[in-house]
Design a binder for this molecule. Structure first.
Ligand code: FO1
Length: 308
């Protein structure tokens, strides 16, 4: 049984952890967004890879939504005292990951080799693949020009008026193993990540869309929107900026043609007919995933629904 999941930040990591808990070791491959990556004080930060790594290693801080639980921020405070930008809150423990990643990249390892080394050292029995080893970056277009993703997301707390989204490096090569993992999957999942800035960049990697279209197995998406708003983050604002309705149906429309099955929250059953008319089967259930049990339960429910 091979399961492949596309994932971005915290929403995607929740279902990754649910799947990881219920599947036999070695069955899960996560293909993770790297278009949020950026350079911070000379260090290479890969926020979505780290969110996936920390989730599967049991280290995540779910209250904050990123980084390591119980981390401290002494280094950040020291940066601030020295008059350096400190708006991107890297924790003291989290810093070790960024130092090692930067060093290993400088020594000539690829991002996927670095990620495999972390997966190994954190004893994670799953494969975590950056979507590409090349430079793929999200730029946010606004009335004054363009800004880098983390500037929009963290510095401006997604308050900038968005006119569009651009991907630098669109058409880059996939990481070795990405297309094979999709082609060989028995179940393909798109996590409840932000469709616009977490999943869309992965779909801009060469061959990924075609590999998904060619799948004969089920292709399941989970809505990051409940009612009229995102479970977390700017998914609602970005969908609206691109002309989609801010609802599970808007997300289904975004993935129209790509997915065969779509999971929505149990309070959104009025949308079932519209989503089915896009050619998808629909499961309405509890998709909030607040606890570890609820993550595993949703993963189990999806497996039973799709494979039976
Ligand atoms: N997100 C924030 O909203 N504020 C932060 O200060 C912040 C710091 C941070 C440090 C390391 C890391 O790996 C992630 C961090 N994130 C922070 C989260 C991250 O920037 C976003 O959640 C993702 O890029 C969106 O998926």
């Amino acid at each position: 049984m091979k399961v492949v999941a596309l994932s971005g930040g915290v929403g995607g990591a929740k279902i990754l952890l649910g799947l990881y808990r219920i599947l036999p070791p070695g069955s899960l491959t996560a293909i993770v967004n790297v278009a949020d990556d950026f350079e911070w004080h000379g260090l290479h930060i890969s926020p979505d890879l780290d969110t996936a790594l920390y989730a599967l290693a049991g280290l995540s801080d779910y209250g904050r939504g990123w980084g390591i639980a119980g981390d401290t921020f002494n280094m950040l405070e020291a940066l601030r005292l020295l008059g350096e930008p400190s708006w991107f809150a890297v924790g003291d423990r989290d810093l070790a990951t960024h130092i090692l990643r930067t060093r290993w990249l400088a020594e000539g390892l690829s991002l996927s080799e670095v990620t495999a080394r972390f997966t190994d050292r954190l004893r994670i029995a799953a494969t975590i693949l950056p979507a590409t080893n090349e430079t793929l970056r999200t730029w946010i277009r606004h009335p004054g020009g363009v800004m880098a993703f983390q500037e929009y997301f963290v510095l401006n707390r997604w308050q900038t008026e968005v006119e569009g989204v651009e991907f630098q490096g669109s058409g880059c090569d996939p990481t070795p193993g990405v297309l094979q993992a999709i082609e060989q999957s028995d179940l393909f999942v798109v996590g409840p990540s932000n469709p616009v800035v977490s999943i869309w960049p992965i779909l801009h990697v060469k061959g990924v869309r075609d590999a998904i279209y060619s799948l004969r197995s089920a292709r399941v998406g989970i809505s990051p929107i409940v009612g009229g708003s995102a479970v977390s983050g700017p998914a609602g604002k970005l969908l609206k900026a691109l002309g989609y309705q801010v609802s599970a149906a808007g997300v289904a429309q975004f993935y129209s043609g790509l997915l065969t099955h779509f999971v929505i929250h149990r309070t959104d059953t009025d949308l079932v007919g519209r989503i089915e008319s896009l050619g998808m089967r629909v499961l309405a259930t509890d998709i909030i995933m607040g606890s570890l049990e609820s993550k595993a339960r949703l993963a189990e429910e999806i497996l039973q629904w799709v494979l039976n």
